[in-house]
Design a protein. Structure first.
Length: 131
């Protein structure tokens, strides 16, 4: 099946950012605050405009802070893909998200060959030789 076919299947299954019984309305991590209901991101109290997909991606990484999240998991949980595919979609979105976040974007660390790790404190990244 082509990537285009996967994309059309995946986009209709993409999960919502809305708060649920298991997910709080406001998600906080370090200087980042996500208000799910308002689809609003603030960093150090300042509003940051990002896409809905970037907001879902960031929320998923924060919900799994301290854990390595694989690209396959992100494609399933954030994009809603049902079957694994080879794509650079995750990498490109993470790159653009980091750009939007500025210095705080360094809280998203790449784990080469696996996925991404969200840490709440920049010193954790700066002290790590692989960051």
């Amino acid at each position: 099946m082509s990537l285009a076919a996967h994309a059309s299947v995946g986009s209709s299954n993409a999960p919502s950012l809305a708060a649920t019984a298991s997910a709080p309305r406001v998600l906080r991590a370090g200087p980042i605050e996500i208000d799910r209901a308002a689809h609003r991101l603030t960093v150090n109290g300042a509003r940051v405009r990002i896409t809905a997909m970037q907001l879902r991606l960031l929320a998923h990484l924060i919900e799994h802070r301290g854990e390595v999240v694989t690209r396959a998991d992100l494609l399933t949980q954030v994009w809603g893909y049902q079957v694994p595919i080879q794509t650079r979609t995750v990498d490109i979105h993470v790159q653009r998200l980091r750009e939007c976040l500025g210095r705080v974007g360094r809280l998203i660390s790449t784990v080469r060959g696996v996925g991404y790790l969200f840490v709440e404190v920049l010193e954790e990244i700066e002290a790590s030789p692989s960051a």
